[in-house]
Ligand binder design. Structure first.
Ligand SMILES: [Zn+2]
Length: 651
């Protein structure tokens, strides 16, 4: 139903030009450095429904944190000293979380912690056996942790310690508990999910695992964290390990609210008046029209259809009121009367007032029957700015679509911030839709610090939902890892996160060279590109279908990058480090073949010692690598370079 990625196709057609927190712990000893109780002051605005009944409450008679030692040992010299406990009526998701905990502890230490059901094994807290309780709520009415529990978001979690034997990992939902398990593995075992697939996992080898008795309370800064355009199971799993969770609905959807198949004959007036005629969409055109928002009965029809949806999907919290994917709007007098008459910052006619006049009424009426529901919308194209004469219903969350790398230019940043603040002032909560494409770009498109800067700004302005269209190219190394980390907590230290990633990925010896490689490309995109002819203020995102960003790349950029990545590979030590360095070098070879063939064939800037055949061979290599990557679950390019969509990428 929701096809947000199609946004890029239509908008691109319009915009395209013709060619021309902490260091990674090396946990080797018995005492792990302490983990602070993390309190994040911002609380979730939207209470989403639990996926299952709340976790089982468990009565604790042991005082918190009694006596020494200050940590609880779960593995001793490769032998399990703890068990994992699940509720008797365990759900599949909770059972999977327990198995993930068990398997990573085993991968790290060789010790396999048994998994037990509570009552079947008559297990109680504090019976002198170390236990990790998964999905039990140990907070009571009197407990000082009760308030922490109350303030948990559905994706948040507690890791609590009671006495010397009991550890609880618990969220209000299975999502929260699952994220608590991943946090546990990262914090106490040093596990990291660097890249998709088995080669992307970093699991330090430990003989003994001690868990410090310091409670953890964590909520995500952004309620929704999302990267779009992932391909295959490895990439999706990787994203979940890094706390991705799509929670809202906001894609193009009005064709489902006023379905042409139902209304085209009985209510042609629901469809737009274009050039003096009612445009009755065919099934193929379902995304190519907007309703006539002032037609008599169109509010009631929408309410009826949305209520029917919620009746059929009682667990759903969200419904998308995202406008269809077109700039074809109704031209009738009644609709026009509601418009501001001006153009928005994207240079498009501003139709927000007519849309929100209709949407506010629809939401108000649906809430009478379903009072707990929320509605996503797209602050996109003709709806890019908030309405001038009407409010935005507090249950509507607009997703502002814009590529915020463009904010490296100050005037564009200033304008973009005004837009975000205008929405934030008008809405109870705001979402951001961002475009951080990997493919189809022919160079690693890196802007780590810029990304952190605008995530922090967005968070400070009540942006609580993130949706990032990415279509990853994993040659960009830590880019997507960093994005999801910062979507959980944008205030983390970017340089520390990057150092941690580089060292975990390729080892301490090789890491500085990898850091220089990515720093180089970060400078390219944030310092050189904004001065190029390719960079433009026009449109919601940069013209990715136009490869002229390659105009400013040099042979030195490419040869230095190769030298750096070959050094990384030479200095990588372990089998896993070599595997990861090889993936990054192989991904680079596509960038290299693209840039060199572009310089020689398109720009005709040839090196004196290279023949035409060299450039032709480099060009052929591009296509060979695309073919090869098609079968590679990590290096696959999610956007196909077909003639129709990317004619300018063929040279
Ligand atoms: Zn109209």
């Amino acid at each position: 139903m929701v096809v947000i990625c199609t946004i890029l196709q239509v908008v691109t057609k319009r915009n395209s030009r013709s060619i021309g927190k902490k260091n990674l712990r090396q946990i080797t000893g018995s005492i792990v450095s302490s983990v602070a109780l993390i309190i994040i002051s911002h609380l979730p605005v939207v209470a989403a429904a639990s996926q299952v009944a709340p976790p089982i409450h468990i009565q604790i008679n042991t005082p918190d944190h009694i006596g020494l030692p200050t940590s609880i040992r779960i593995v001793n010299n490769g032998l399990a000293t703890a068990i994992i406990i699940l509720p008797d009526d365990v759900s599949n998701q909770l059972e999977l979380s327990a198995k993930i905990l068990q398997s990573y502890i085993e991968k790290s230490s060789g010790a396999r912690l048994p998994i037990r059901l509570k009552h079947l094994n008559n297990l109680q807290p504090n019976n002198k056996k170390v236990k990790i309780w998964i999905g039990f709520n140990p907070t009571t009415g009197k407990s000082k942790r009760r308030a922490d529990w109350e303030q948990l978001d559905d994706d948040g979690f507690l890791i609590l310690f009671h006495g010397n034997y009991d550890i609880f990992i618990c969220g209000k939902t299975n999502w929260g508990t699952k994220f608590g398990v991943y946090h546990f593995l990262e914090t106490y075992l040093g596990v990291r999910w660097l890249l998709p697939g088995p080669d992307g996992e970093y699991v330090p080898k430990l003989e003994t695992v001690d868990v410090p008795k310091e409670d953890i309370w964590e909520n995500p800064s952004f309620i929704q964290r999302r990267i779009g355009g992932l391909r295959g199971k490895w990439q999706t799993e990787w994203a979940y390990y890094n706390r991705m969770h799509k929670r809202a609905k906001y894609g193009h959807n009005l064709y489902n609210v006023i379905p042409p198949a139902i209304y085209s004959e009985s209510h042609p007036e629901f469809f737009p008046l274009v050039n003096g005629k009612r445009l009755i969409p065919t099934e193929d055109e379902r995304n190519k029209w907007q309703p006539c928002f002032t037609a008599s009965g169109i509010v009631e029809a929408a309410v009826k259809n949305i209520c029917r949806y919620f009746k059929m999907h009682p667990d759903e919290i969200f419904f998308s009121l995202g406008a269809n994917h077109t700039t074809k709007w109704c031209e009738c007098d009644k609709c026009r009367l509601l418009d501001s008459g001006g153009k928005n910052y994207l240079g498009l006619e501003d139709y927000s007032d007519r849309y929100f006049t209709w949407a506010n009424q629809v939401v108000e009426r649906v809430l009478k029957k379903y009072p707990d529901k929320w509605f996503g919308a797209l602050a996109h194209a003709n709806l890019a700015e908030p309405p001038k004469t009407v409010s935005v219903h507090p249950r509507i969350i607009p997703f502002i679509t814009y590529e915020r790398l463009k904010w490296v230019r100050e005037d564009i940043e200033e304008e973009g911030k005004k837009v975000t603040e205008a929405w934030a002032n008008k809405c109870s909560v705001v979402g951001w839709y961002d475009y951080i494409y990997g493919t189809p770009y022919c160079l690693p498109r890196i802007y780590f610090h810029q990304m952190a800067k605008y995530y922090r700004y967005g968070h400070s302005k009540n942006v609580k939902y993130m949706a990032v269209e990415a279509f990853p190219n994993w040659g960009e190394g830590p880019k997507y890892y960093l994005s999801l980390r910062l979507q959980w907590d944008p205030y983390l230290n970017v340089d520390q996160l990057l150092t941690e990633w580089y060292e975990a990925a390729v080892g301490k010896e090789a890491a500085p060279y990898l850091a220089v490689y990515y720093k180089k490309w970060e400078r390219f995109w944030t310092e050189r590109i904004p001065k190029s002819d390719w960079y433009t203020k026009k449109g919601a995102y940069l013209p990715f279908k136009n490869p002229h960003y390659l105009d400013i790349v040099t042979y030195d950029d490419i040869s230095e990058s190769r030298r750096l990545l070959e050094t990384v590979l030479n200095k990588a030590v372990s089998k896993e480090q070599v595997a990861r360095a090889t993936i990054l070098l192989r991904a680079f070879e596509y960038y290299e073949a693209s840039a060199i063939s572009y310089l020689g064939i398109v720009l005709k800037k040839k090196l004196p010692d290279k023949s035409d055949e060299y450039y032709k061979a480099m060009n052929r290599k591009r296509y060979e690598l695309i073919e090869e990557f098609r079968r590679d679950p990590i290096l696959i390019h999610p956007i196909a370079f077909d003639e129709k969509n990317f004619p300018e990428y063929r040279w």
